[in-house]
Design a protein around this ligand. Structure first.
Ligand code: NAD
Length: 372
């Protein structure tokens, strides 16, 4: 069996699916590893490092695509490349299968076995494969660093001979994986932090949702009624007006990001303050967000990053690669591909195999509309 590591091609993607340190597990099982030249450079892994780890480095991308049985990637391949995959090739990466399942059709039709990291069930046993959490950790940290970089003020309290500098006030919306890391990072830099979430126990700022539970299945957020959202927005507007930095991370799995910051809340913010909308890839938590664009609105800088993890490529790749290795450990044993579709982690993560959708949510999205 052969494992291929490709150089990512999407603009701005600096991560790599596996690093030289990850190859031992595969080589020890007799699996050969073919690496596209330059694949790891963004993450600080040279071709030499892959060679020393036991891989063969090549510039022949086509050979990697068409002769590897295991193809872990970070981002989706182009439609043309997907169509050239051999039947049975295991393709695994971040593919947004619930947002744009049709983008995977060429790989599905080529009968590749497609696994999407977004679908890894969030159960204890699969935590070590949870790449969404890994990337959210990196993004939560980097959002604060980005905000600190853009802010015309310092974060910590400083008492100097030239006077006292008050600490920055940071308001974090959504205390999930990214939000908790943002809170911790802002505190480490000396900021005073407020935070808000709808899930019970995650509230630092209390909001009366009128008896409505913000918690859904498995401890994740439920989509709120418009009335409950509006109560949250009033409180959020007040907290935004106090803050120097606002970081929003609120998401509801499988749904567009909740709209929590209206134009009025941005207008209530102090000139020079910074809003980082980490929910931008899911549409954003702020009404004014333009995903991927930084705007200056009445002196407030609104940043809407689409791929913050790629701005910390070495550690983002290290965490992602470990998640990939752990997942592959479930389906590759003693150098053989042995996917057990009765295992909820394997089947739940599988977008499609043998030309047919496997994950029921993806299958429903790909099914022709009734009467078609
Ligand atoms: P997420 O990215 O889906 O959402 C981020 C946060 O936004 C969540 O905390 C959510 O409650 C919050 N949110 C949603 N709607 C909101 C609203 N209207 N107003 C304010 N906040 C809102 O969630 P996540 O960070 O991926 O995970 C959420 C929780 O699940 C975390 O506490 C995490 O520890 C836990 N988790 C468990 C596992 C596991 O057991 N395998 C894996 C990952 C995460």
């Amino acid at each position: 069996m052969q494992l291929g590591i490709l150089k990512e091609t999407l603009p701005g993607e600096t991560r790599v699916a596996l690093l030289p340190d990850n190859l031992k597990t595969f080589l020890a099982q007799g699996i050969t590893v073919l690496v596209e030249s330059g694949a790891g450079l963004g993450a600080g892994a040279t071709d030499e490092a892959y060679t020393q780890a036991g891989a063969t480095v090549t510039t022949d991308r086509e050979a990697i695509l068409t002769t590897s049985q295991l193809l872990p990637v970070v981002q989706i391949l182009s439609a043309e490349e997907q169509a050239r995959l051999q039947p049975g090739t295991v393709l695994i990466g971040f593919f947004r299968p619930l947002d744009s399942p049709k983008a995977l059709l060429p790989a599905i039709q080529a009968k590749a076995m497609v696994f999407a990291m977004e679908l890894v069930p969030r159960i204890s046993r699969a935590q070590a494969m949870d790449a969404l959490s890994s990337m959210a950790t990196v993004a939560g940290y980097k959002a604060v660093i980005e905000a600190a970089n853009q802010l015309p003020r310092l974060f910590p309290l400083l008492m100097t001979a030239a006077g006292t500098i008050a600490p920055a006030k940071v308001f974090v919306i959504g205390a999930g994986v990214a939000g908790l890391q943002a809170i911790a990072t802002a505190r480490r830099l000396g900021a005073v932090v407020e935070a808000y979430d709808v899930r019970a126990g995650a509230k630092f700022l209390d909001v009366d949702l009128g008896g409505i539970s913000g918690e859904g299945v498995g401890g994740y957020a439920a989509e709120l009624s418009e009335e409950a959202l509006e109560r949250g927005r009033t409180l959020i507007t007040a907290a935004c007006s106090r803050a120097d930095v606002v970081i929003t991370t609120a998401q509801v799995p499988g749904r567009p990001a909740p709209l929590l910051i209206r134009r009025a809340a941005v207008e209530a913010m102090k000139p020079g303050s910074v809003l980082v909308d980490l929910a931008a890839p899911a549409g954003g938590n702020c009404e004014l967000t333009q995903p991927g664009v930084t705007q200056l609105i009445g002196g407030v800088r609104l940043v809407a990053p689409m791929n913050l993890a790629a701005e910390v490529p070495a550690h983002a790749s290290q965490l992602y690669a470990r998640n990939v290795v752990n997942f592959l450990g479930l389906i590759v044993k003693k150098g053989e591909l042995v996917p057990d579709m009765t295992d909820e982690v394997v089947a739940g993560t599988c977008v499609a195999a043998n030309g047919a959708p496997v994950n029921p949510r993806v299958a429903a999205l790909l099914a022709p509309p009734p009467g078609a």
